[in-house]
Design a protein around this ligand. Structure first.
Ligand code: GLY
Length: 562
């Protein structure tokens, strides 16, 4: 049992991983591996190893999913969280599907125009930073909604996170740089010095200790979800709200509920893909983009040809145009899912596609994409045959950049995923209207796209990624790389990506995008915009005799298994 294990600070721990020690002071990344029984891929090596360990000691993929999310809340503070929300989609070994929605909701005092000044101008600093940016967190409710599918006891699953928070772990170079570049924001958005603030600069190998977070995790261990949504932690959240302009109340916290949804499924070339329905746009965007290119002669031209790339971009443009208009929380807005996914509608959408010539997006409300999308994905497969795909988020990197004093966790800035004002772009450049307007108790539209795939009813693929509005395009390209271009798991997720989201009318490309392909697209009339990396995809492919797992090479992501 983890509870009995001793962590010896600054030296090695006594944690036993899946065949090797889990040592929070010395660990390495594994990007691509093959296992016989079970596998995990996520944003941090320690969290992956903890997930594998849980499965090795008798847990299943749901146990691993809970333990990995809690560990990421400690070792990957930019996106791992207990103050945010997420979506879990799973195919169980008994062939039942599960889709848990633990997306944040707008607080009871939220109003449609809460981020507009007296002249009606959107004040995006308020929807993106500080206490008012936060929706009511859903993650802990999501973990407890997952627990009935798990096998181990919650105390076992949370113990590694408690130890990592109380005794610390060493940070990587990437994490040190990320913490350093956010120092000013942490100081501006808090009126105390949270664990992330340091007088000297952070460097790789420094130990990050989070005692207040450890105490919050202990309250959750001992009191369950009430250890977060009621009592001391809830009081600390509301006290934090009162220090500034925050509006989350004790009642909002007590009333938060995770919801069970019906997965959205479709077929592609003999595979069945299961994605998340609204309030995420992820599943329907993926469906639309994939069905718009399936069986086209262009996609058959092969990987990185001008023809296949162009048709994929045009499918992205059209799907994202629908997102802005039609998608929102289905409990508040009638989302025309059937129409948006019908074959005749999608054929019609592509009827004005002209090979060799860029289409033009409707020209209102264009925004710019910032490069701070931070969300995190976990793919897991276990020896019983459970596939679990989880994407969870604080929204931007380190969310609202505000830590709940005394509780040690970051608030999300998910309110920015609502349409703050029709036509005004959010931090991802996404625009929206009535469907995604702010209302008390409503879930803000997401792009998160956790996916599981079957072939002939058998487990085939678990995949997902962070990346704000680029999430569905990353998953789309990873799946097309497997289904159409025959790539292995590692290659499928690490190819240079391109992203078009209708507005702005530009194709965002990663630095390694090939020069010849750039020239071809420019000659067709596309505006290409260079940007930093897009997403960090974690994929598992289940082959007949082995499990292949890969972690994105763009980050500290790492796989584990046995
Ligand atoms: N906050 C990113 C998303 O939900 O799409």
């Amino acid at each position: 049992m983890y509870a009995a294990l001793q962590l010896n600070a600054q030296t090695t721990s006594s944690w036993l991983g899946a065949g090797k020690p889990v040592d929070p002071y010395h660990y390495t990344q594994v990007k691509h591996d093959f296992f016989k029984n079970a596998a995990v891929s996520c944003a941090h090596p320690l969290a992956s190893m903890i997930g594998a360990q849980m499965m090795k000691q008798g847990g299943n993929a749901f146990d691993a999913g809970i333990a990995v999310q809690l560990a990421l809340a400690v070792v990957y503070p930019a996106a791992g969280n207990i103050g945010g929300g997420g979506f879990l989609i799973a195919k169980k070994a008994n062939n039942k599907f599960l889709a848990i929605d633990y997306r944040e909701v707008a607080p009871g005092k939220a109003t449609q125009n809460m981020y507009l000044d007296k002249d009606g101008n959107a004040q995006l600093d308020l929807s993106q930073n500080g206490r008012l940016a936060s929706g009511v967190p859903g993650t802990i409710a999501g973990l407890f909604a997952t627990l009935p599918s798990a096998k181990l006891n919650f105390k076992t699953l949370i113990q590694p996170a408690i130890e990592l928070a109380s005794k610390g772990y060493v940070i990587t170079e990437r994490e040190a740089n990320s913490l350093n570049s956010n120092q000013k924001a942490f100081i501006k958005n808090n009126n105390f010095a949270p664990a992330f603030v340091k007088t000297q600069t952070w460097k790789a190998g420094d130990t990050l200790i989070q005692p207040e977070l450890a105490n919050t995790l202990i309250r959750i261990r001992d009191q369950g979800a009430k250890g977060f949504y009621e009592g001391e932690t809830a009081k600390l959240i509301v006290d934090e709200m009162r220090k500034g302009n925050g509006i989350i109340s004790l009642e909002d916290l007590k009333n938060y509920k995770a919801k069970f949804r019906d997965p959205l499924s479709f077929n592609y070339n003999g595979y069945t893909i299961y994605g998340f329905p609204p309030p995420s746009s992820g599943g329907i965007l993926l469906l639309q983009m994939m069905k718009m290119v399936e069986n086209s002669k262009e996609i058959k031209k092969g990987f990185q040809t001008p023809e296949s790339t162009q048709i994929m971009i045009e499918a992205e443009r059209r799907a994202y145009a629908d997102r802005a208009e039609h998608l929102g929380d289905p409990d508040f807005w009638k989302v025309p899912l059937k129409g948006l996914s019908s074959n005749s509608y999608l054929v019609n959408r592509m009827s004005n596609f002209t090979p060799g010539k860029a289409s033009k997006s409707v020209d209102i409300g264009a925004g710019t994409i910032k490069e701070s999308e931070q969300t995190t994905h976990i793919s897991i497969y276990d020896k019983e045959g459970n596939m679990v795909s989880i994407t969870t988020t604080l929204n931007g990197g380190y969310g609202a950049k505000t830590v709940v004093q005394g509780a040690g966790f970051l608030l999300n800035n998910e309110m920015d995923d609502f349409s703050v004002k029709p036509g005004v772009a959010n931090m991802f450049g996404a625009v929206g209207g009535e469907a995604n307007a702010i209302q008390a108790g409503k879930r803000m539209l997401s792009s998160m796209c956790p996916v599981v795939v079957t072939k002939n009813g058998k487990p085939a693929i678990v995949v997902g990624t962070p990346g704000g509005t680029t999430i569905p395009t990353s998953v789309y390209q990873a799946l097309i790389n497997v289904f159409e271009f025959g790539m292995n798991t590692d290659n499928a997720i690490n190819q240079p990506k391109f992203h078009h989201q209708h507005l702005p009318d530009e194709v965002f490309i990663e630095p390694s995008f090939p020069e010849a392909l750039k020239s071809s697209l420019i000659s067709m009339g596309y505006k290409l915009t260079n940007r930093a990396s897009i997403g960090k995809t974690e994929m598992i492919q289940i082959h007949k005799d082995k499990i292949e797992v890969a972690a994105d090479r763009r980050g500290d992501d790492s796989v584990a298994g046995f």
